[in-house]
Design a protein around this ligand. Structure first.
Ligand SMILES: Nc1ncnc2c1ncn2[C@@H]1O[C@H](COP(=O)(O)OP(=O)(O)OP(=O)(O)O)[C@@H](O)[C@H]1O
Ligand SMILES: [Mg+2]
Length: 222
């Protein structure tokens, strides 16, 4: 992304959540984004994850411009190339865990979607929940299922907003390992917004947002 600005509201209510942010994430790279509550992390991540369009600036995935491409092409992009883990995990309540994870592949007509979904659940340590519905799972279990769904298929970029926020330490480690493996073994770019300090040691780069301004960590101060 280049020169990205995100504003919400108008007049007195105007908030500038992201101020002129530029960021390039390479294949196989893990970038971690810290910042206080309200600093603009989710706003930036939603733009990187092609969920939201910025007020100004350019965003490209694999060299393709993704601003102004229309809702259908954006949806295609999110299904095929960009995985997103929401800060509030966001599973479909009428589908089981396995069906939720298989959904992006089934929408594509990919063969073996259910089997691959089960393998993804296993990687996150929640395969025993395959047949449960979201309301039958704990918050942390739902989070891991949502991460499995974001990792399935040929995703080039995985954007995760607070993926370990709701988890105990063992589950957090499983989530960190699964996301890092996506970069190291499958060559995806991984961008994680978090308050979890355990990410620092795993990241290729650590960035911080302060009042909408994206920058490097200076002198180890977040
Ligand atoms: N849809 C919206 N409309 C108006 N203001 C918004 C909207 N979404 C976010 N904001 C504001 O933009 C700023 C950045 O919010 P954002 O959610 O990006 O922060 P964050 O760094 O993710 O915080 P947290 O760590 O609490 O998740 C905040 O001041 C927030 O109140
Ligand atoms: Mg946030």
């Amino acid at each position: 992304m280049d020169g990205v600005v995100q504003e919400y509201g108008v007049g007195q209510a105007r908030v500038v959540a992201v101020r002129d942010a530029s960021l390039r994430i390479e294949r196989g790279e893990v970038v971690v984004l810290y910042g206080q509550s309200g600093a603009g992390k989710s706003s930036l991540l939603q733009i990187a994850g092609c969920l939201a369009e910025p007020t100004r600036g350019t965003v490209r995935v694999d060299g393709d411009d993704v601003i102004g491409i229309g809702a259908k092409r954006r949806a295609d992009l999110r299904r095929r190339r960009v995985g997103y883990v929401f800060q509030e995990y966001n599973l479909l309540s009428v589908l089981t865990a396995q069906e939720n994870v298989a959904l992006p592949l089934e929408l594509e007509g990919t063969r073996g979607a259910r089997r691959r979904a089960l393998a993804a659940l296993e990687e996150l340590g929640v395969d025993q929940l395959a047949d449960r519905y979201p309301e039958e799972m704990s918050g942390g279990q739902r989070q891991r299922v949502a991460i499995a769904r974001a990792l399935i298929g040929p995703r080039r970029l995985v954007v995760a907003d607070e993926p370990t926020g709701a988890l105990d330490s063992a589950s957090s480690r499983a989530v960190r390992e699964a996301l890092v493996a996506r970069a190291r073994e499958h060559g995806a770019g991984v961008l994680v917004g978090t308050h979890d300090q355990e990410w620092s040691a795993l990241a290729d780069r650590v960035l911080v947002m302060r009042d909408g301004v994206l920058g490097p960590v200076q002198g180890g101060v977040l």
